[in-house]
Every structure is written in C-alpha cells, then in structure tokens.
Design a binder for this molecule. Structure first.
Ligand code: GDP
Ligand code: IMO
Ligand code: MG
Length: 421
C-alpha cells in the first residue's frame, strides 16, 4: 500500500517535519508533484535543513527517496541541495532515485515566470519565480524536456529548440530578464544529473510495492493551491490533492491506503489571492511573530489568520483524508481566545461550502471561540499531559471534519509530536 501525506491549507503546514518523523515507519518516500517552489523544513541533530526537491525521508538512513514523474526539477536547485545535505547525509546518492518522466525547469522557464508575473502588475499570483508555471505549461503543451532526455545524444538540440521557443515568447514582454547568467550553471547541473539513479519509476515503485515495501507519498504546497480546486488563478500549476499521487507516481487508486492531512492550528498563505480568515490586525502580526511565519523558499512574510474549518472540510473531502495532523499547536499557547471559522457569510447567507468564485466575493467568516489553553502545549510530552481545553478544541475539529486527529505537533523538533489516542 502507498500512504499519502499532504497539506490541507495554502502550504507550509509542516509537511517536511512530519514526513521526516513518519519516514521511520516507511521504506520509500516519494514526491509526486510540485518542484522547487516547495520549501520543507526539517531539524536534523539541531541543524535546520530546507528541502525543495529532495523528499523529506533522506535523513532516515534506511529510507529510499523518489522524485516522481509529477515533479518539475530545476537541475541547479537539485545539485545545490545535494551538495548542501551530503555532509549530513553521506549515503544520500545511493538512496535517491529520479523518474525518467519528471520534467526539467530551464533558465528560460524561470525568465518566463518572472516576465509573466511582472506583466500581471497588481494581479500577480505571487509566484515563487522558480519557473513552475512555465515548466508545467510546456509539459501539458507537449513541448517539455524530461529527465530521460538528458541521457539522449540529442539533448542539446532539444534544449536549444525549447529555448528558442521561449525567447520568442519573451519578446512579447516589455521586461528584460537576465536569464543568460543562469545558463552555464544549468548546463553544468544537467551534466551532473546524468550520474543520478534515473529509473523507470512506475515499474520501480510497482516492484517495491509487490515486495511488500511501505511507501509514503509526500505532497508539496497545499490543497487550496491545487490547480483545479484551489483559489484559481491564485494557485500553483499541479494537482496537490490525493488524486495527484496516481498521476504523479504512476500508481493505481486501489493502492492508496491512509491519507494524512496536515493543518496548522491557525492558517497562513504566502503570495496573492483570497484568504477569508486573514487577520490584518495586531493578532495577525502576533501569529506571524509567534509562528515565525516567513517563507522557507522566498523568505517572504506569510499572511496569517485563524484556522478555517470551511476550507479544511473541503480539502478533507477532496483527498479522502483518513487522519489529521495538527501542527504548530504550541504557537497558540499565547492566544486567548482561539478562534475557528465554522461558516462563511456571503451576501447575508451562511454557507459551509467553499465557494467557486471566492476571488470575486466578500466573505465574512463566522467564528467559534475557544478559551485559550490553560497550560502550554509546548511543554507537553504525551497526550495525557495536554490541557483539557486543548483536547476539547481538538474534539471539536474532529467532529466538524468527521476525521480523527492522529498527531499534534508542538515544536519544530523531530520528536515534538504527540500521538493522539
Ligand atoms: P512545509 O512546507 O509544509 O514543509 O512547511 P515549512 O517548512 O515551509 O514551514 C513550517 C515551519 O514551521 C518550519 O519552519 C518548521 O520548522 C515549523 N514547524 C513545524 N511544525 C511545528 C510545530 O509544531 N511548532 C512550531 N513552533 N513550529 C513548527
Ligand atoms: P510548500 O511545499 C506555500 C504559492 C506561491 C504563490 C503560488 C504560485 O513549502 O508548502 P508557484 O511558484 O507555484 O507558481 O506559486 O503558490 N506556493 C506556495 N506557498 N508553500 C509552498 O510550498 C508553495 N509553493 C507555491 O507563494 O502564491
Ligand atoms: Mg514550505
């Protein structure tokens, strides 16, 4: 069976930390979508590590790690990441596998991302500018370069052809992006990628699954950034929900087992787009400070607000989440009351459905208030030690989402995770 772990909000829910922990119980961790727009933070022996392309199972010595076909890879980011973590993880290269079918992000994809964002002006998506949108556009437009192509003798020809297409496109924009400086490092990194273990990943996974190996699919971004179901057009360019696992790894739906859905005890978003429970006041600023909410990939301050159960219920439904994981519960220690949106008021009408046209409407969240925890969750080392008010809050969330909470995370460390019985 293959289990899945994915974010239920707008990303940065703490997926990296949880995958690193859960990887103890799995043989293989596989990324199925996204690319270097992801920033997954782990603490390994006190060292902070941010992973963008490499799956978060690398620090568990027994774990194999697969970058699946649904991922878009920037060879430069991947090589930088490998170099950075090799000293902490000497066996990395023997445990890292890449699908032939994953697509490559080129320097001109990045240039197109930047030019397109600049041209959008005030309507910009707030892209991470890593070339994600243009790379997926070339994939679905059937022009893309795949990892398998770098092994082919006519790689340079293919690359030049794609580059020339991009240069034509770039001429339509007023902005000039200095992509030339990125080309040499790109070609060097492509050369280095030839030494990685590039595999027919769908067969590779099938063989491992048939041999009884346990696989965890690691999501990037979050359900509300999904290309189909997120707050379009303020989304990323891949399917971040559980459905993306099948197309992003080449596994059948019948093989999916548990689906872990992660949410913070509050909510954040980075970049543009609707965020119904966003707090523009002092409380929002306090959440940012208490949660250290600055982007792991771009360093941008994250927008903060209360947990949104309407959006969460939608995400849980879309992915068939079987177990919830609540992260950053310790951040709420200093807040009293703690609030949760339980419905939206739209044109005077209350709804619990996430609206289609969320970008064009005024939404007033309806909140339920909870008394703040009477003892810091940060100090608890077991479920039994958790304050009763916090347990009541968890129970409310479980009832609302009709899904059990499996773990509560109460700190950045690998072991700051309480199993909920
Ligand atoms: P990801 O993209 O979902 O992997 O999440 P990020 O790494 O971008 O952002 C999550 C941030 O929260 C990181 O800085 C983590 O170290 C941190 N974090 C994760 N879990 C907890 C937690 O339970 N408490 C606190 N205080 N920080 C956490
Ligand atoms: P992890 O995996 C938070 C956001 C960007 C932007 C939008 C589109 O760390 O949770 P893109 O570069 O994909 O074209 O940007 O999506 N975004 C993320 N926000 N966490 C992420 O990844 C994100 N990846 C993309 O900020 O609003
Ligand atoms: Mg992140």
């Amino acid at each position: 069976m293959i289990d899945v772990l994915l974010g239920l909000q707008w990303g940065d829910e703490g997926k990296g930390k949880i995958v690193d922990y859960l990887a103890q119980k799995y043989d293989i961790i596989a990324r199925f979508q996204g690319g270097p727009n992801a920033g997954h933070t782990l603490y390994v022996d006190g060292n902070k590590v941010v992973l963008h392309t490499i799956p978060s199972g690398v620090f568990q010595e027994h774990c194999l790690n697969l970058i699946g076909n649904g991922v878009v890879i920037d060879p430069v980011t991947l090589q930088n990441e490998i170099q950075k973590i090799l000293p902490l993880c000497p066996s990395l290269l023997s445990r890292l596998f890449v699908s032939h079918r994953a697509h490559i992000i080129t320097p001109t994809h990045r240039a197109l991302d930047a030019a397109s964002e600049l041209a959008k002006g005030a309507d910009k998506i707030g892209s991470t500018l890593k070339g994600i949108g243009p790379a997926y556009m070339d994939k679905t437009g059937r022009n893309g370069l795949r990892v398998g192509d770098i092994m082919s003798p006519n790689f340079n020809e293919k690359y030049e052809k794609l580059k020339n297409k991009h240069l034509q496109m770039l001429r339509q924009y007023d902005q000039v992006v200095d992509w030339q400086a990125w080309e040499e490092p790109f070609l060097t990194a492509v050369e280095q990628m030839r030494h990685l273990q590039i595999v027919n990943a769908e067969y590779w996974l099938d063989n491992h699954l048939n041999a009884g190996k346990k696989v965890l699919a690691e999501g990037a971004q979050g359900s509300m950034l999904d290309i189909d179901f997120g707050t379009y057009p303020f989304v990323t360019s891949s399917n971040t929900i559980a459905a993306g696992v099948c197309s992003g790894l080449g596994v059948a739906p019948s093989r999916i087992g548990e689906v872990y859905g992660i949410t913070k005890a509050y909510c954040t978003r980075v970049g543009g787009g609707p965020f119904p429970t966003e707090l523009h006041d002092e409380t929002g600023a306090e959440l940012r400070a208490a949660g250290n909410e600055f982007g792991a990939t771009t360093g941008r301050p994250r927008r903060c607000g209360w947990i949104d159960l309407v959006a969460l219920r939608y995400s849980v439904m879309l992915s068939g989440v079987t177990q919830l994981i609540i992260t950053k519960a310790d951040v709420m220690d200093q807040f009293n009351p703690v609030k949760a949106a339980v419905a939206y008021l739209v044109n005077g009408v209350e709804t619990k459905e996430f609206p289609y046209d969320v970008c064009d409407m005024e939404i007033t969240p309806v909140y339920q208030s909870f008394a703040g925890w009477d003892k810091p969750v940060a100090e608890c080392t077991s479920y039994d030690e958790l304050p009763q008010v916090f347990k009541n809050y968890c129970h409310f969330v479980e009832q609302y989402l009709q899904t059990k909470i499996a773990y509560v995370s109460n700190g950045t460390g690998r072991d700051q995770l309480l199993a909920i019985s």
